[in-house]
Structures are given as structure tokens and as C-alpha cells.
Design a binder for this molecule. Structure first.
Ligand code: AMP
Ligand code: ZN
Length: 671
């Protein structure tokens, strides 16, 4: 394909896929099958790899998972959000220092800061209150993500007292701590959802979600590192950092002043080693000239300030021998390859295993051979990745490694759904890790949370032939004699366990639904489905369109729910559980409303209110039958506006003729 043809095709695919994304995520009305969508995305990806010069930063290939939508208001930045010049090498840093000294002499200081690996955000404060949060976007304009940013605890909604101006902008980096990333990503995997590659993708996917209540559940954090004011308030960047800290902003405690470039190098070397102890990802160090007057003297290039530079760390890599590839079978039947490595020290920990993700990784990308020496790198995840193979060390007669074709647990022929990367063992009812995994999922903390019963007990009961499905748990009391014969299982623990099992019958429907382990039905989806359909019979009877119409329920989930109920065995199991006394109807208390005055009406709350918090207003609206939505569209019924509401939002609402009401007026509506 010629470059011209490639560019044409890339543009065509991009705009087509963007439209499909919009149809799917915003309109919730997909007009293309998932499979065909994925095929096109793959084609685009391949083309962009081959012709990187035509890959646009906003290409659909650059978006994460299913969490993006484009329904944000675009806002122009008051001061453009430039990028930073950056370098990986010491000589270039010395050159940078030289250039500065040539321009302003030797009498200056640097501020050294960690370079947080997240996404930049611009916050505007008016009269001490957070008015607007905007993503960097293309640097000139970005997305208004204020509602989502308000859920970030460390970003102050209202400032402490201080000498701040009425109107200023502050910039920083939104990121996710490694611990939170691991926990949430594992949850996604358990739910059969696609995992995020690193904390940065997770953070940016989260910030672009339409449902702020979802954002609130994902702990994000933010370090602030630039203050912008109309009139200069301080002489130096360092002073401004100290001031913004006293106003209530989260600044990073590791920033340091450096008197010269040698001190900068010391800072760099320290953090090159210590960065893995931080608990969040950094990808380098940012060096800024401290004095604002000197910054002004140095000025800007078209793309970046001349008074700052980012020194980027090379990711730490080591070489080690590949001992074998083994396979894990998850509760959904997905078979995941893992590389077993000769133990090696990397970034402060001993590495023995690396993820291989899927078959293509083994056979196509890495083309692994037996006995290969591989380069291993540690990114955000705790489990490292294999970056490449050292071909020089490969023996001439080394045999290629093929992905296994049968299940390592039950020997069934593996299947691959069209358009999916993972291979599955289809033997849902006969494959031990799947059977055990499903029961373990059911008793887990976030599902039925059964006291006195753990993963190991489930496994051993299964091996003893006591249980093969969830409903067997509720018959265990019939087998007390057998239980008593088991090793290390005393009367007391048996009673404890049976108690726990009995109590679990009171767990609400949404937990039971999550516990059933329907693919793609994670905790949140289960809640949404339970609240919407009220009971299992309605859910089972729901058509594809009805399912798809529920907020946040897309095509993929709808199909999966339908597939689940089309299986007679699943229906039987549900019936059995129902007869055993589990909850298959939503708790009435939850759905009782204070009134129906707002029923069928949608609302957005924006700005700050004197008498009520936004949470309180949300509660009031929902208690009276109304619904909170996350973005302004022509369908919105009311915008409840407080002080300091984002002008872009206001403008959009006015354009669409949406009634804008105060909190008083809202209360008036419910009497
Ligand atoms: P790059 O994206 O590699 O061009 O690097 C520039 C980006 O680094 C900025 O847009 C910020 O989002 C980010 N960054 C992270 N930490 C800092 C910091 N301490 N000071 C300035 N920018 C930072
Ligand atoms: Zn199997």
C-alpha cells in the first residue's frame, strides 16, 4: 500500500470507528457487530504501526476499553497546555543547562520534581471554589471533566483561607496508586472484563467515564505542579508550590531546589533507584528554572517552555532464561499463558514469572522458542512483561513454542471466539478450575461474603465430591457426617460455616446476581440490572433491546445475559437456589421512594450550593423518582445550577434550551 493510500484508509477507518464509538457509548445504539468493529480496529492498528506518521493522537486505537465516550463539552484553555522538551540522556541535559547559562548567566536555581505518569489536568478556581477541570486535549482545548474531577478526594472543592487571587488556574497530574490499580484491575479480570495495561490508562479511562458515581469508586489522586495567575504573586516557582500547599492543594513532598546541574544529577540518580518504592509510577524527573523573572527571559518555543525539561528514565530491563510456559484457567474458562523464568533481580524484586497475555503474544509477537533468553521489563504492573527475545542467544535447533490447543485442566479442545484474543475452554461444567472458580467467586467478599468458608475449603470439598455447583453449598447441612470425617474440620468450624451459609440467604438480589458469575456482569452492572429489572424473572424475560436500554449496559453485556439464561442448566440452578431461599427480588426498602414527583425526569447538578452538598441534592432527586445523568443532551429535563458553574456547561444548556433551576426551585417541585 502506498503512503497516500494508507493515509486515506487510516482517515476513513478512524472516522468510521469514531462514529461507531459514538453510537455505542453515547447513543447506546450500536449499528455494527462487535466482531466487525474489532476487525476494523485491528486493521487501523496495523496500518498505524506501519505508517506511524499518519497515526493521530485521538485515533480510536488510542482509547481504552469501553469506558470512553465523547460526550464532554470542549473548553479552550486560557493558557495553552504545552508539553515539555524531554531527553533520555545526560549529555542533552548538560546541553540544556549550557543554553540556560548562556541566556541568563550562572546565577539561578532549578526546582527538581518527579515526573508523574498520569494525565495532566487544568483546574480553575473562582473565589476559592473549584469551577472547572479540563483535560489537556490537544493543548489548545480539552474536555470539561469537572464532575468527574470533583470525586477526587485530594482535589479541594473549596480552598483553605489564603492570599489566592479571585481567579486562577492550577495544573497537575491525575494518577492512580499502584495498589489501587492492581486491586481494581484484578477485579476487572475476575469479571471477564479487559484489564488496563497500566495505571495511566486506567486513570485516563476513568476520567473520561460518563457516570461520575463510577468515577467516585475508582480512587484517583492528583499532584499539582504549576500555578497560573493573571498577575504574578510570587517571585519563584518554589514559593508558589509552598503557597498552593497552604491553600489546600496536594503537592509532592519530594520536590527539591538544586543550585546547579550536579545537584540535579544527584536528584535524578536517587530517584532512578528509589522510584519503585514510591507506590505510584513516575517516568522521569522534571527540571524547572525557579525564578519567574528568569523563566520569562528564557521564554517558549512553539511547543514547550525553554526554562524546563523532562529527563526520562529508561525502563529497567533485565535478561533471563525462559524455563517454560504454563497456563492458568480462570472461572470464565479463559486460558492465560504465563512465562516461568529463571529467577532474576529486577527493580528491587526477584522476578520468576511474566504475563504473556494471549496466544498472539507467544506465537506472533515474541515468537518464543524453547530455552530463549528474554528481556523483561517492569511497568506499572507487579507482574512484569517480556519485551523481546535475545535472538543472539537462541540455539539453531531451538523449537518454537506453540500455544496449547487443549485445556491444561481437562484436555478439552480450546476455542477462540472470533475477534477475541483469548482462548477459552468450553467445558464449563466439567473443567475443575472453572467449576471451583465459580463457587469461589460466589462465596467471595464482594459477592455473598460467606463467613467460615474460604477458597481452599471450596477446593477440598470439590475434591471430596461434596459440591459441584453453588446450590450444593446450601445442601451441605445434609452431609454433616461426611464433613466431620474431613481432616482439620472440627465441629465448631462446621457450625460456623453452616451458619454463614444460612445467613447468606439474606444477601440482597444484586449480590446473588453478581455471585452467579455471568460473564461481564461485574458488581456495578449487577447493581444496575437488579435495580432496573427488580427481580430475576424480569431479567430473564428481558429482550436484547430492553437490556441494552439500561444505562451503562451495552451490547456485550446484553448478549451475555441472554446467553446465560438461554442455558437450561443455568435456569435449573436459579430455580434450585430460589427454592433454597436465596433472594431473587430487589429489596423493597431500596426502591421505596419519598414521592414520585420527579419520576421520569432527568437532572444534572452543577456548581456549588450554599445549603446542600451535591450528594444531598442527588439523594433528594433520586428519593423522589428523578434520575441523575452525567452529560448535557437535548433530552435532559433540568439543570440544577449553583454558584460557579462551568461556563461551557451553562452555554451548552442554554443552547439546548434546557430549564436551569436553583436548588430552591428543585425543592419547590417536590413540595
Ligand atoms: P510529555 O508528555 O512526556 O511531553 O511530558 C510532559 C507532561 O509531563 C506534562 O504535560 C505533564 O502532564 C507531565 N508531568 C508530570 N509531572 C510533571 C511535573 N512535575 N511538572 C510538569 N509536568 C509534569
Ligand atoms: Zn478445561
Amino acid at each position: 500500500m502506498s503512503p497516500e493510500e494508507a493515509k486515506k484508509r487510516i482517515d476513513a477507518l478512524s472516522s468510521e470507528l469514531k462514529q461507531h464509538n459514538y453510537n455505542y457509548f453515547v447513543l447506546a445504539m450500536p449499528t455494527i457487530a462487535d466482531f466487525d468493529f474489532d476487525k476494523k480496529l485491528e486493521e487501523l492498528n496495523a496500518l498505524e504501526k506501519q505508517f506511524p506518521e499518519y497515526a493521530e493522537p485521538d485515533s480510536p486505537t488510542q482509547k481504552v476499553g469501553g469506558d470512553i465516550t465523547k460526550d464532554f463539552v470542549t473548553v479552550r484553555h486560557r493558557w495553552p497546555m504545552l508539553s515539555l522538551g524531554n531527553t533520555y540522556n545526560e549529555q542533552e541535559l548538560l546541553d540544556f543547562d549550557q543554553r540556560i547559562r548562556k541566556a541568563i548567566g550562572d546565577n539561578f536555581e532549578y526546582v527538581c520534581e518527579l515526573k508523574f505518569d498520569g494525565l495532566s489536568i487544568s483546574l480553575t478556581y473562582e473565589n476559592g471554589k473549584l469551577a472547572r477541570a479540563v483535560t489537556r486535549g490537544d493543548g489548545v482545548q480539552g474536555d470539561d471533566v469537572t464532575t468527574n474531577v470533583r470525586t477526587i478526594n485530594t482535589i479541594p472543592k473549596k480552598l483553605h483561607a489564603g492570599n489566592y487571587p479571585d481567579d486562577f488556574e492550577i495544573r497537575g497530574e491525575v494518577f492512580m496508586h499502584l495498589k489501587a490499580f492492581e486491586r481494581l484491575n484484578n477485579e476487572r479480570l475476575e469479571n471477564g472484563e479487559v484489564a488496563y495495561a497500566n495505571p495511566r490508562n486506567f486513570a485516563s479511562g476513568t476520567l473520561k467515564m460518563q457516570d461520575s458515581s463510577e468515577v467516585a469508586k475508582r480512587p484517583l489522586d492528583c499532584f499539582l505542579y504549576f500555578l497560573y495567575t493573571e498577575k504574578l504573586l510570587f517571585k519563584t516557582h518554589w514559593e508558589s508550590l509552598r503557597a498552593v500547599k497552604s491553600w489546600g492543594f496536594h503537592t509532592n513532598e519530594h520536590s527539591r531546589l538544586a543550585g546547579n546541574i550536579d545537584e540535579v544529577f544527584k536528584f535524578i540518580n536517587t530517584w532512578d533507584k528509589k522510584r519503585f518504592d514510591l507506590g505510584y509510577d513516575i517516568d522521569g524527573i522534571v527540571i524547572k528554572v525557579n525564578s519567574y523573572a528568569q523563566q520569562q527571559e528564557l521564554g517558549f518555543t512553539a511547543k514547550s517552555p525553554r526554562w524546563a525539561i523532562a529527563y526520562k528514565f529508561k525502563a529497567e530491563q533485565v535478561q533471563t532464561e525462559l524455563l517454560s510456559v504454563s497456563y492458568q484457567v480462570g472461572r470464565t474458562g479463559a486460558v492465560t499463558p504465563v512465562a516461568n523464568l529463571k529467577p532474576v533481580l529486577l527493580a528491587g524484586t526477584t522476578v520468576k514469572r511474566a504475563t504473556l497475555h494471549n496466544a498472539d503474544e507467544v506465537e506472533k509477537r515474541l515468537k518464543l522458542h524453547e530455552g530463549d533468553w528474554v528481556y523483561v521489563e517492569k511497568g506499572g504492573e507487579i507482574i512484569p512483561k517480556i519485551i523481546s527475545v535475545n535472538l543472539e542467544k537462541r540455539k539453531a535447533d531451538a523449537k518454537p513454542i506453540f500455544y496449547r490447543t487443549t485445556c491444561p485442566a481437562c484436555n478439552t479442545q480450546l476455542e477462540r471466539k472470533e475477534g477475541e484474543a483469548a482462548f477459552y475452554c468450553p467445558n464449563e461444567d466439567g473443567c475443575p478450575p472453572q467449576i471451583v472458580g465459580k463457587m469461589q467467586h460466589f462465596i467471595g467478599r464482594k459477592a455473598m461474603n460467606i463467613d467460615g468458608l474460604g477458597d481452599e475449603t471450596i477446593e477440598s470439598f470439590y475434591k471430596q465430591g461434596l459440591i459441584t455447583k453453588i446450590s450444593d453449598l446450601y445442601d451441605l447441612h445434609l452431609h454433616i457426617d461426611k464433613l466431620k470425617q474431613l481432616d482439620r474440620f472440627g465441629e465448631k468450624s462446621i457450625n460456623n460455616m453452616l451458619d454463614g451459609i444460612e445467613k447468606s440467604k439474606q444477601m440482597p438480589f444484586e449480590k446473588v446476581l453478581f455471585g452467579l458469575g455471568i460473564r461481564y456482569v461485574g458488581e456495578t452492572v449487577a447493581k444496575k440490572l437488579a435495580a432496573y429489572f427488580k427481580n430475576i424473572d424480569n431479567l430473564e424475560a428481558a429482550t436484547f433491546e430492553e437490556l441494552n436500554a439500561v444505562e451503562e449496559i451495552g451490547e456485550r453485556i446484553a448478549l451475555s445475559v441472554q446467553a446465560y439464561f438461554s442455558d437450561e442448566k443455568h435456569k435449573e440452578e436459579v430455580e434450585k437456589l430460589r427454592s433454597q431461599g436465596l433472594q431473587f427480588v430487589s429489596d423493597e426498602k431500596v426502591v421505596t421512594l419519598a414521592s414520585e414527583h420527579l419520576s421520569g425526569k432527568t437532572f444534572i447538578i452543577s456548581g456549588v450550593f450554599e445549603k446542600y452538598s451535591r450528594e444531598e441534592l442527588t439523594h433528594i432527586i433520586e428519593q423522589n423518582g428523578g434520575k441523575i445523568v452525567s452529560s448535557i443532551s437535548a433530552k435532559l429535563n433540568y439543570l440544577v445550577a449553583g454558584d460557579n458553574m462551568g461556563p461551557a456547561k451553562l452555554e451548552k444548556a442554554q443552547k439546548l434550551n434546557i430549564p436551569i433551576i436553583s436548588d430552591e426551585e428543585l425543592l419547590g417541585m417536590i413540595g
